[in-house]
Design a protein around this ligand. Structure first.
Ligand SMILES: Cc1ncc(COP(=O)(O)O)c(C=O)c1O
Length: 405
C-alpha cells in the first residue's frame, strides 16, 4: 500500500484497495448531513459508544445477514443481534479471534493459498499454520481430514484451535466455497474435537461476499444446521461501500463472545461511533443498496478487461481463475518462471512500474509441502481499466520473454 501511495507512476495490481472512482462520495455526504443535522442525532454520534457497537447497526446487520442467507437458499430463522460485534474493519475481528482462541505455539488451519495478511496475524501471535489444499468448491475435505489426522498422530491436535476460510471469492484464489463444502468442513472439525479436548472453530471470512458480479450467493456456514456454536463469521461494510469508514462486523458464538469483547475493549472501547452512525444512515436511507449494483458492475467490467488482457498478453502455458466476484485474478505462470519478491521477474515488473502480490507470500510456512513459486495475485480493485490493460501487457511481455529463454 505504501509503495502504491508513494509512487504515483506505479500501476499497482497488488494492494487490496477498492475502486477509487466509484467511492460513494454523494451517498456519504448525505448520510453525514443526516447524522449531524440535529443536535439530537449528532450528539450521541460524537460520543463514545459501547464495545460491541451500535445497537441499531447490529440489528440492521443481523437482519441483513439472515436475509442474505435465506435468499441464498439457507434455512435460517434469525441471527440474534446480541451475537454481533461491530469492529474496525473485519481485519480487527481476525486479530481478535486469533488472540481470543489461541496461545503461542498453537496451530491454525488455513487454505493453501490464503489471505497473506492473516498469515501475519498468525505470525505475530506465534501460531503455526498448516495449509489445506483447495478444490474449485473450497478446501479439499479429504486433505483437511488427512491434516487433522497427522496432527493427531504427532500430538498437534491438542494445540489446533480453528480453521480459517475466506469463503467468498477467496483472497487470493478467487474461489468460492460451496455450502456443502462448509458443511463437510464443520463435520470433520467436529469429529476431531473429542481427541483435541476442546472445540475447533471455523472462522469464516466473508469479506468479499457482497462483491459478486455473476452467479448466485451461497449461504454462510452459520446456516449449517447445529453449527452456529462453532462458527465465527467475519463480515465487512468496508469493501462493498467505503473502506475509509473502517467498519466491519463479527457474528460470535456465546463461548467466545465475552472474551472477544474484553480484548476489543482493551484495544479501543468500541468502533468509531460516528462511522457506525453514518453507515447506519446509509443502510437505512437505501443509498448503500443503491450503490452496490453499480460497484458490482464496475468490478465485472474491470475483471473482464483483466481477463481479456491476460488472454492477449500472457504465454499460452499460463493459467488463471476467472473470478465471479471479489477483486482478484489468481494467475500461474509456467513453473520455470519464479515470481517471488526476490525473483528477477518481480524486479523487472517493478522496473516496468507494475506491482503484484507474489503468490508464494500467500502460502503458510508449512514444512510438510513446498510453496509454489510461480503464482501472482493480480487485483483489478483499484487500477483503472486502461491501467489494467497496460500493466497486464507489461507483465505479459516479461513472461513471454522468460518463457522463450
Ligand atoms: C480476505 C480479507 N479479509 C479481511 C480483510 C479486511 O478488510 P476490512 O478490514 O476492510 O474489512 C481483507 C482486506 O483486504 C481481506 O482481503
Amino acid at each position: 500500500m505504501n509503495l502504491t501511495l508513494n509512487h504515483p507512476q506505479l500501476i499497482s495490481l497488488a494492494a487490496g484497495f477498492t475502486d477509487h472512482e466509484t467511492l460513494p462520495v454523494m451517498e456519504l455526504r448525505a448520510a453525514v448531513n443526516q447524522v449531524l443535522n440535529t443536535r439530537e442525532s449528532a450528539l450521541p454520534a460524537l460520543q463514545y459508544g459501547s464495545t460491541e457497537g451500535s445497537g441499531e447497526l447490529r440489528r440492521i446487520t443481523a437482519a441483513r445477514l439472515a436475509a442474505q442467507d435465506t435468499a441464498a437458499g439457507g434455512t435460517v430463522s434469525a441471527y440474534p443481534a446480541d451475537h454481533l460485534v461491530i469492529t474496525n474493519g473485519s481485519q480487527q475481528l481476525l486479530y481478535l479471534a486469533a488472540e481470543a482462541l489461541c496461545d503461542p505455539g498453537d496451530v491454525v488451519l488455513v487454505e493453501d493459498p490464503t489471505y497473506f495478511v492473516f498469515l501475519g496475524i498468525a505470525q505475530s501471535h506465534g501460531l503455526k499454520c498448516r495449509g489445506v489444499r483447495m478444490t474449485e468448491h473450497g478446501i479439499d475435505p479429504e486433505h483437511l481430514d488427512r491434516v487433522l489426522y497427522s496432527l493427531r498422530k504427532t500430538g498437534g491436535l491438542r494445540r489446533t484451535k480453528f480453521l480459517y476460510l475466506v469463503s467468498y471469492f477467496q483472497n487470493p484464489s478467487g474461489l468460492t466455497a460451496s455450502f456443502e463444502n462448509k458443511r463437510q468442513a464443520l463435520a470433520i472439525l467436529r469429529a476431531y474435537e473429542q481427541k483435541a479436548g476442546h472445540p475447533i472453530y471455523l472462522l469464516e471470512d466473508a469479506a468479499y461476499r457482497e462483491l459478486r458480479f455473476t452467479g448466485d450467493d451461497v449461504p454462510s456456514a452459520l446456516a449449517v444446521a447445529g453449527a452456529a456454536e462453532r462458527v465465527i463469521y467475519a463480515g465487512t461494510y468496508s469493501k462493498p461501500f467505503a473502506t475509509g469508514l473502517r467498519v466491519g462486523f463479527g457474528w460470535l458464538p456465546d463461548s467466545v463472545r465475552s472474551v472477544i469483547l474484553r480484548i476489543k475493549s482493551n484495544h479501543d472501547f468500541g468502533t468509531s461511533n460516528l462511522s457506525q452512525c453514518i453507515l447506519a444512515a446509509a443502510l437505512k436511507n437505501g443509498s448503500y443498496d443503491r450503490h452496490l449494483p453499480a460497484l458490482q458492475n464496475r468490478y465485472a467490467r474491470k475483471a473482464k478487461t483483466m481477463l481479456k488482457s491476460l488472454h492477449a498478453a500472457f504465454p499460452r502455458a499460463a493459467q488463471w481463475v476467472a473470478p465471479q466476484g471479489g477483486l482478484y485474478c489468481w494467475t500461474q505462470l509456467p513453473r520455470a518462471i519464479k515470481t517471488g519478491p526476490r525473483s528477477a521477474f518481480f524486479r523487472d515488473a517493478l522496473k516496468a512500474n507494475v506491482l503484484y502480490v507474489p503468490g508464494e507470500l500467500c502460502y503458510a510456512d508449512d514444512t510438510t509441502r513446498p510453496k509454489p513459486q510461480n503464482g501472482m495475485r493480480l487485483s483489478f480493485g483499484n487500477a483503472s481499466p486502461g491501467d489494467i490493460q497496460t500493466a497486464i501487457g507489461r507483465l505479459g511481455a516479461l513472461a513471454q520473454r522468460r518463457a522463450i529463454n
